[in-house]
Every structure is written in C-alpha cells, then in structure tokens.
Ligand binder design. Structure first.
Ligand SMILES: [Zn+2]
Length: 221
C-alpha cells in the first residue's frame, strides 16, 4: 500500500475505534506497553544495549558519561526515523519512557535536562527539534526541569554525509550556551549517538557555561 493509503486506513481506524490504543510505531491495535504493540515491544528489546558506551574518540571529549538505550537498528531505527522524518511526534514519548528506564537502571543523577539543538534553518524546515520533544517528555516523567539552552549558531551539513573524523570538523564550534550552569550536572539528550562529535561540541558549550558534569543519554546508538 502507498503511504497515503496507509495513513488514510490509520485515520479510519482512529475514527472507528477511538477508545482503543494503537501502537505508536506500527499502528496495530495493541495492548499498551510503552505505547508499543506486543510485536514492536518484543522486537525493540532485541536491540537493547545493556552497557554504558565506552568508545574511543579522536580527541579528549567534553562529556563525562554516555548511555544509550538501543542499538540503532530494526524497530529502534524505525522509531527514530518516524519521529524525525514522518512527524510522528508522539514517538518522543515512547523514547522518553525507555530512556527513563535506563536512567533508573543505571541510577543516573542529574539536575537539568538539555536537548541537542538543531539549526534555525532546519527548525524552520522540519517544524520541530526531535531532541527537544524527547527532553520535554523526559522532564515530565522524571520531574527534573529541562532547558533548551544550547544554540546552534551555524548551520551545518547533515552528519550523515560525513565519515568518522570529518564529522568532528563539521560540527566544531557550532554550539553556544548563554545560560549560567554553575555546579550543575546536565543530562544531554538526543535521539541518536553516532561518533560522539555532536555530543562533544555541545558538551563543550555546556562546560564553558560552568556545567560540572555532562551525561549524554540517547535513545539509540
Ligand atoms: Zn507495533
């Protein structure tokens, strides 16, 4: 079926079964578990990462710890792509529910949630910053405030166009933070962690604003 037809069928189902819950990923009628149907829930658990990411980086990174809930594959990848490119905004809540579980499992302590920003140009095109949506949902779930305090001061080409070390040059010095974060431990959130370049330069901006510690948490990696 074409995308338009699928969406029309989805819309019809919502009209016919308004009180039922639908899987926020695939649209199946479901028994709710983090907003997913039993199929998507089982599948996504197969992508789960059980350890903290311990990458090696080409430079000394400005963040202190990195956690990610899932490997960026299969259902986890579908969810990321649907939130980012298909305007399925409610998926930010699904992501936040899983991220909250990771926070609890790892006993992560922090004072403020900060999303990785996107440029004004991209914000205008997409209409929303997916990381900010996730930060807002996570704030509701954890009762810890969020602050969209990093600004992307230069527009950059998509990181997906670059390989490894070129990704580090692409985002160098593009973030700025004007808030005073003296003594605060920041939970820096994003949908995906790849090389760490974006997280590093965003963390550098937070540390320049006197943040004590930066812990990166992403939905997938
Ligand atoms: Zn599903």
């Amino acid at each position: 079926m074409g995308k338009g037809i699928c969406e029309a069928v989805d819309a019809l189902f919502y009209i016919l079964f308004p009180e039922k819950n639908f899987c926020l990923n695939c649209g199946r009628l479901q028994e709710e578990k983090f907003g997913l149907c039993p199929y998507c829930y089982t599948e996504i658990l197969k992508c789960k990462l059980y350890t903290r990411i311990l990458n090696t980086y080409p430079i000394k990174v400005a963040f202190d710890e990195v956690y990610s809930v899932f490997k960026y594959e299969k259902v986890a990848k579908d969810i990321v792509r649907r939130l980012k490119y298909k305007e399925k905004l409610e998926l930010s809540k699904v992501m936040a529910l899983f991220m909250k579980e990771t926070i609890e499992e790892n006993k992560i302590k922090f004072d403020l949630i900060v999303p990785i920003p996107i440029s004004k140009k991209r914000l205008k095109l997409r209409g929303y910053n997916q990381a900010l949506l996730i930060a807002k949902e996570l704030s509701k779930l954890t009762f810890i405030p969020f602050n969209d305090c990093i600004e992307k001061i230069k527009d950059t080409k998509s990181q997906t166009l670059f390989k490894d070390e070129n990704r580090w040059y692409n985002v160098k010095g593009v973030f700025d933070c004007k808030e005073n974060l003296q003594g605060k431990t920041i939970l820096l959130v994003d949908d995906v962690f790849t090389t760490g370049a974006t997280a590093h330069y965003a963390s550098e901006a937070l540390k320049k604003s006197k943040a004590k510690k930066v812990i990166v948490l992403t939905f997938a990696s």
